[in-house]
Write a protein that binds this ligand. Structure first.
Ligand code: IZC
Ligand code: ZN
Length: 430
């Protein structure tokens, strides 16, 4: 079905198919009184609204959205955006989408002062989600994750990266990734799968860390590659999880098998995570709360995108990553939810977007790029998502907002009015 979005008060979008760094992160296109034409799920026109009217008058049968393209007038749905803000669909570049149970039972422990790392050390945290994920069937996990994706879409998210890492054995890691594959077919949000068997050392290997690293390198990674179930391999580099030496082994093996690399780095303590991620050839490093100056410079030099997760700092009551320093030192910054049951139970990307402004002190235009183009680039989807440009997927949010600042200012409410995913319309509000 062809679509024409008319009467857009302000169209705000980054431009291009690569992550934007430094000053360029905040340089976006702002178009007043705009229109967007959509054909076969792709954008065919972005430009002035009055140009669309002129084009329509030229021809009886078709609305000419731009000279070389036409939208079928009879089958064209026209959406009056009523002067609202329109942006690209949001891209959530870091989630742990598929898991069994929740971790509300850790609330009391946390309020009594136990830290995230304390709870993990006592066999809770990630390991409690592992027990519940192993116990769940593929159908149960898919039903639950599908409900979460529906909710994400209602909040404007049209592309989501999904990590495994709650199976921690070959069969249950494959089970989680198969769920992502099934969901890719059965619901509209685009999914990008990441293998994260190196999320924690499972209880049965507590006294044999080397054995678990061997299992990952010799069995799990080859099995995931053979089944073609993940594009990326991620690892939790942290005292509480994998050491630098273990991480290097696993990342090198993953690269050899053709995976692109990611790393959770410097989330809980200062370490060499960011430096190691850059040296290992990671596409992105995530969290980076305690990243060193050298780590940030290495990332800039090696084109490693920083995927920052301010809702996790909020929930764990941790410091906020030095996003301004990263932008100023030339690192492309993306912002994501980190949606997971333990350290970031919030699935609404609008919340970390607001924190990116209110806590990281990003400007609204920098924060928009962080949750669209830079996020898409960090998961290999900048060719088709992250901006409103001819040829890209028609992934669009019409906001209940008159300008860009408003969506950061009115944090806490769902401000998505209508979400369009690959040309299909998902109304959120009447
Ligand atoms: O389940 O706790 N940080 N991994 C690393 C997480 C948070 C997810 C979890
Ligand atoms: Zn994570």
């Amino acid at each position: 079905m062809d679509l024409l979005l008319r009467n857009i008060g302000l169209l705000a979008t980054s431009v291009g198919v690569e992550a934007r760094k430094g000053k360029r992160q905040g340089e976006i296109t702002l178009l007043k009184n705009a229109a967007i034409g959509v054909k076969d799920g792709k954008i065919v026109y972005v430009g002035p609204d009055d140009a669309v009217v002129c084009a329509r008058n030229e021809n009886d049968g078709n609305i000419h959205a731009r000279p070389a393209q036409s939208l079928n007038k009879n089958a064209c749905i026209e959406i009056d955006c009523n002067g609202k803000l329109v942006t690209p669909g949001l891209v959530d570049a870091h989630t742990h989408l598929v898991f069994g149970g929740w971790r509300d039972d850790e609330m009391a422990l946390r309020l009594a002062g136990a830290s995230y790392a304390d709870i993990l050390k006592q066999g809770g945290g990630i390991l409690s989600t592992v027990r519940r994920t192993r116990a769940a069937s593929e159908d149960e996990l898919a039903d639950k994750a599908s409900g979460i994706l529906r909710d994400m879409l209602r909040h404007g998210t049209t592309t989501v990266e999904c990590k495994s890492g709650y199976g921690l054995n070959v069969a249950d890691e494959l089970k989680q990734l198969r769920v992502v594959k099934v969901l890719q077919q059965s619901q509209p949000v685009c999914l990008v799968p990441t293998f994260m068997g190196a999320h924690a050392i499972p209880g049965e290997y507590a006294n044999d860390r080397a054995g678990y690293v061997r299992l990952l390198c010799e069995e799990a990674l080859p099995a995931v590659a053979a089944a073609d179930l993940a594009e990326y391999c991620d690892i939790f580099i942290e005292d509480a999880a994998f050491t630098a030496e273990e991480s290097i082994k696993i990342l090198a093996r993953a690269m050899g098998l053709g995976f692109k690399l990611k790393a959770h780095a410097d989330e809980l303590r200062a370490g060499v995570g960011a430096e190691l991620a850059a040296a290992a050839g990671c596409v992105s490093a995530e969290h980076l709360i305690y990243a060193s100056d050298k780590g940030i410079d290495d990332m800039a030099e090696r084109n490693v995108t920083a995927v920052l997760l301010p809702a996790t700092s909020f929930y764990l009551d941790k410091p906020y990553a030095r996003a301004r320093d990263m932008i100023e030192r030339g690192v492309a910054v993306a912002v994501a939810t980190d949606f997971n049951p333990g350290s970031s139970p919030n699935l609404n990307l609008q919340f970390p977007m607001a924190l990116a402004c209110l806590r990281y002190k990003l400007t609204p235009t920098e924060a928009l790029t962080a949750c669209t183009l830079n996020a898409a680039a960090s998961i290999g989807r900048a060719y088709c998502a992250g901006t409103l440009e001819v040829g890209k997927n028609a992934d669009i949010v019409v906001w209940d907002a008159p300008n860009l600042d408003y969506i950061f200012y009115r944090y806490g409410s769902n401000l998505a009015h209508t979400v369009i995913k690959s040309g299909e319309i998902y109304p959120v509000k009447d």
